[in-house]
Every structure is written in C-alpha cells, then in structure tokens.
Design a protein around this ligand. Structure first.
Ligand SMILES: *[C@@H]1O[C@H](CO)[C@@H](O)[C@H](O)[C@H]1NC(C)=O
Ligand SMILES: *[C@@H]1O[C@H](CO)[C@@H](O)[C@H](O)[C@H]1NC(C)=O
Ligand SMILES: [Zn+2]
Length: 572
C-alpha cells in the first residue's frame, strides 16, 4: 500500500498520476496524507513560517494530524477550511436548478421569453400533474406587478400562444410572493378569502399572492414527489460543492423532508453537511412528535444534524411585507405585517426552548426583530430557570435569521443577550437599489443591513440560496466591499460601496462562513476549521485567499472540494 509519507517526498512531475492512483485505493487505505503549498487553518489569515502544510485524514473522515513538513507539497495549490452557508434552502435550490430561472430579468417580455424557452426544452410540463415552476421575478424590474388576466381577457402569460392554458407558478425573487397563470387561478374559488399576514395583489390585475396568501394557491399545487425531491437534493449538493461549500444550515425543513434527508444522508449523493432547522408542516406551530426524527442521528460522523426550529415573524422588504415599527417611507399607509402576533411568537419560543431546541426566528423589519428578541427573552426563563439570560443564550444559541433592520434600542438588547445574527451580505447589495426608498435615510443609516456593527456577536453569514446565488465568495466580496458581486459596483453604479462603514475584513468575512456557522450549529472545533479531530472538509484554491484583490473574489473558481475526506468536486 502506498504510504502517505512517501507521497510527500516524490517529485512533482509524477504527482498528478499518483494522486489519481492514491484516490483509487482510498477505500482500502486507512489514513491518507495530503500536502499543499499552504494551508489556512481557520479564519486567521496571517501566515507564519512553519505553518502546517500537510494533514492526515483518518478512515472515519476526521483530520488526525495537521503538521508542517519542510519544502514539500503534493499539490501546488492552497487550502482553506470547508465553507458553510449559514442560511440556505436545499430543496428549493435544487428545485430552482430544475425550473425557470428569472433572476436578473429586466422586463416582463424577457421573463415571458425565458419561460417560453424553458417550456420548449421541457415539453409536457404545465399540466395538472406537474406545473411549470420558476423563481426570480421582481416587479421593480417590470414597472408593475405581473398579472394572470386583465379586463376579463388575457394578459402576460396567457397572451403568449405557447404558454396559454398552462399551469404556471413562479416565485418572486425573495420567495415571499408567487405569480400564477390563468389556468391556476381557474382552480381557485371565485371569492378569495382574506388571509391574515397575507396579501392578494389586485392592481393592475389578479395573479400574485404574497406571504400567507400563497397558501390559497399552494393547496392546489401538485407537490414534487420523493423521486423528484431526491433529484433536487442531488442537483443542489453538486452545485454547492462546486462553489466550495461543504455544509449549510437549512433554514426550514418540514418533517416529511427531514425524513427524506435522513434516508438520503447515508447515500453517495449526500455530499454536503446539513444542519437543519425544523419547520412544522404548519408554519409557526409546535410539532413535538417531529422533533424526534433525528435524535438518533446525532452521531459523530453524520452529515445531517438538527436541534433547531425555524419560526417566522414577518415577510420581506421587497414586497413591503416586513413588519416595521414606523410606516414605510415610500408607502406611508403601510408598515408591513407580522405573520404571528407577539404572544403566539413568545409562546412558541418558550415551548420549543422547553424541549431543548435552538430557536431561530426569521425577522426582517424592526418590529419583527423587536418581537423576536422579546420572545427569546421569555424563552430563556423556560429553557434555563437557573441561569441568567446571557448564560442561557450561550448554551441555546438562539438566532435571528436575517436580522436585517433593527432599532438601535434593540441592537443594545441583542448585544446584552448575545443573540446570534444570521446575515446575508448579498441581501444588502441586492436590496440597496430600493432599501433607502423603503426605509428613509435615518433608518437606513442607524438600523439596516448592519455587519461590522454586529461583529462582536460572531454573526453567521450565508446567502439564503436560492434567493441569492450560493457562492460564498460572492458573499465574502459583498461583505468586504458592500458592492454587488453581480456588477462589482455600489449603488447606482458607484465605485464606492454602500454604507462602507459596515464592511468586514476578509478574515472576519471568512469567519462568518467557517467557525461562526460551526458555533451557531453546535459544531465548534469540528466544522469550518482544520485541526486534529475536526471534520476532514477542505477547499483547494489556486492562490492563497489573502493574496487576491477583492475583485478577484467575485469570480473565484475553486479547484476542488473535499467533504469527510472524500473529494466531492474537482474542476476540470
Ligand atoms: C384594463 O382596461 C382599462 C380600460 O380600458 C385600461 O385603462 C387598463 O389599462 C386595462 N388594464 C390592463 C392591465 O390592461
Ligand atoms: C394571537 O393569535 C392567536 C392565534 O391566532 C390568537 O388566539 C390570540 O388571541 C392572539 N392574541 C392577541 C393578543 O391578539
Ligand atoms: Zn431563507
């Protein structure tokens, strides 16, 4: 058997062949050693002379040794710890990969064009059995909401001869609204109910349903079956590995999907570690029996873990759905809406914490964030009657998902308690075209899309894929520059980033995608770090991260990704 030690001393000319050779025998060998030009062990980017450049991976997929060997490397490349996305949606991303992608469309015509071309490539879709699905439209780019039907005749989708009569349902860019075709509207009752926490758009015509009102439509939607969902998982994981992700926090997994995950987590297609936040079949409820689905999976080697619940306080800013203390600057009659009232949110937090669960609350608007903190404050008493709130937080690690707009008084409360903000740097750069219109200058300046201000809370960073692309290097770019990774520019094409006082350093941003998500998922010392005993997950780059200009981060292509000692992606 080829010893790892000899591998390190061979001349680089025959090394490529040997790597392939070694990989072939990887199942048989017990431990394997890899040497690189340099290794970044954690988010600390300062290199010392004798920094480790080799590690050994044990048969059970852990780093068993991390060490320095003078002047040798097998691969002329550089390693960083495996990256984690602290907030994404696995199945929805897989579904996106297998549906119409409307991200970035600039007009309704372009949207219809894309739906039409997708439909041509996938004939047979759009029936009662399988609707045409998609995501990514934004009424801001259309100049109005899309509609299913206008003036009793036809509009938008229905006006297109190839799409006419087909069942189509397409999510808004933030997945808080859906746009449906006439054939879907025809399934609904004539008099649509008023849904608390939801909005049915009627201007300029019907066809769009937001937040809780989406349920009116969703009950008619033929949900993807198990086979389809397995395809989604596989497609999503492959794409995630491609951009250097070894793990993700899935911000809302229903009990039935969690059961499917559990079945798949032991198979070869499962190449991304998942920390799941349970979302009851009915949102914002207590489904205790489902909290036990994963208990026995908590073993050391498992690629699937969970001990958290996802609750939802409000909707999104783009659709004026986030719940604000004061009205919107650009719609003074509105201040968004809560999806649950304060007492329900609080009692949910208490019951979930009472069974040992980490409580993770989606909160965008400053009212939602306030109520989330209130609810968590109430839950500490139940979770740890004998500890201070601060110590209880240290143990339970409650999180606010998005933590997007927080009143200064509540920022103080978050600091006092140590609540973990879960932030998406690319939300700031995608929203900056309209955020200040919605919020006005003062709220934008003192409350919104903060990162540096929240740094001492060890914020988790992520992308909220499929809402934003999952590429963590785009997130790092956005965090470091506060410019859009799509254009490389700030607001209105400025050279300057947006509110650059909230930028992070490269090392701080890297922490947000490595050790911070590890902590927020109870995997300190195991994930997002290269050291003895940690998960053998790593990413191979052409150059050391710290040698790159921020602009090079934007389209950085990883060379290889390894999870649990197994190469799950290699650039060809
Ligand atoms: C519906 O008809 C009215 C009056 O003819 C017209 O002003 C309006 O633009 C039409 N709406 C749409 C969405 O076509
Ligand atoms: C909050 O909502 C729950 C459930 O919808 C309802 O039973 C309760 O009365 C509401 N509480 C208040 C204070 O409005
Ligand atoms: Zn999300």
């Amino acid at each position: 058997m080829l010893s790892a030690r000899t591998l390190c001393f061979l001349s680089s000319s025959i090394i490529a062949a040997l790597i392939a050779f070694a990989a072939t025998f990887s199942q048989k060998s017990s431990a394997k050693t890899y040497c690189y030009k340099s290794i970044t062990l954690d988010s600390d980017l300062a290199k010392t002379d004798k920094a480790p450049n080799c590690f050994t991976v044990s048969a059970d997929g852990l780093f068993s040794r991390v060490f320095y060997r003078n002047g040798v490397y097998v691969e002329k490349s550089h390693v960083i710890p495996g990256l984690w996305d602290g907030h994404g949606h696995l199945l929805q991303y897989g579904e996106l990969l297998q549906s119409v992608n409307l991200f970035g469309v600039q007009s309704l015509n372009e949207a219809i064009e894309r739906i039409r071309s997708y439909t041509r490539q996938h004939p047979g879709l759009g029936t009662s059995k399988e609707w045409i699905r998609g995501v990514g439209w934004d009424q801001a780019a259309f100049g109005r909401y899309p509609i299913a039907i206008a003036n009793g005749t036809k509009a938008d989708l229905e006006a297109d001869s190839e799409l006419k009569g087909k069942k189509i349902m397409i999510d808004r860019i933030d997945v808080h609204c859906i746009w449906v075709s006439q054939a879907v509207l025809d399934l609904l009752p004539n008099a649509l109910p008023q849904v608390p926490g939801g909005e049915i758009i009627t201007n300029p015509g019907p066809g769009v349903f937001c937040d809780n009102a989406m349920d009116i439509v969703l009950q008619y939607w033929p949900k993807p079956n198990k086979e389809k969902k397995t395809e989604f998982v596989k497609a999503a994981m492959q794409e995630l590995n491609k951009v250097g992700l070894v793990g993700m926090h899935d911000a809302g997994v229903t009990p039935s999907d969690l059961r499917l995950y559990k079945e798949l987590a032991d198979t070869d297609i499962w190449t991304v570690r998942v920390y799941a936040m349970l979302e009851c079949e009915t949102r914002n409820t207590f489904c205790e029996e489902d909290a036990h689905i994963l208990r026995q999976e908590d073993g050391k080697g498992s690629l699937l873990k969970s001990r958290s619940v996802k609750l939802f306080a409000d909707g999104a800013l783009g659709s004026w759905g986030s719940a604000m203390i004061e009205p919107y600057a650009d719609r003074p009659s509105m201040s968004g809406s809560l999806l649950v009232n304060a007492s329900t949110l609080s009692s949910l937090a208490r019951t979930w914490a009472g069974i040992g669960y980490q409580v993770n609350i989606h909160a965008i608007g400053d009212l939602a964030n306030r109520l989330a903190i209130d609810a968590m404050g109430d839950a500490y008493d139940v979770a740890c009657p004998h500890l201070s709130a601060k110590d209880c937080q240290r143990e339970y690690r409650f999180r606010i998902e998005h933590a997007q707009i927080i009143h200064p008084d509540d920022q103080e409360r978050i600091f006092h308690l140590g609540i973990i903000p879960s932030i998406q740097p690319t939300h700031a750069t995608s929203d900056f075209p309209y955020a200040e219109d919605r919020l006005g200058k003062e709220r934008t300046q003192t409350e919104a899309y903060r990162m540096r201000s929240l740094l001492s809370l060890n914020p988790v960073l992520g992308s909220d894929f499929p809402v934003e692309p999952p590429n963590p290097f785009e997130g790092i770019f956005a965090a470091v520059t506060r410019k859009s990774p799509k254009t490389g520019m700030g607001k209105n094409g400025n050279e300057e980033g947006w509110y650059t006082e909230e930028t992070l350093s490269l090392s701080e941003a890297l922490r947000g995608f490595t050790t911070a998500p590890a902590h927020a998922a109870f995997m300190d010392g195991q994930a997002g770090i290269i050291r003895k005993g940690a998960f053998a997950d790593w990413v191979v780059l052409d150059s050391p991260l710290e040698s790159l200009d921020p602009d090079q981060l934007r389209d950085l292509q990883v060379k290889a990704t390894w999870v649990k000692g197994r190469q799950v992606y290699r650039r060809t």
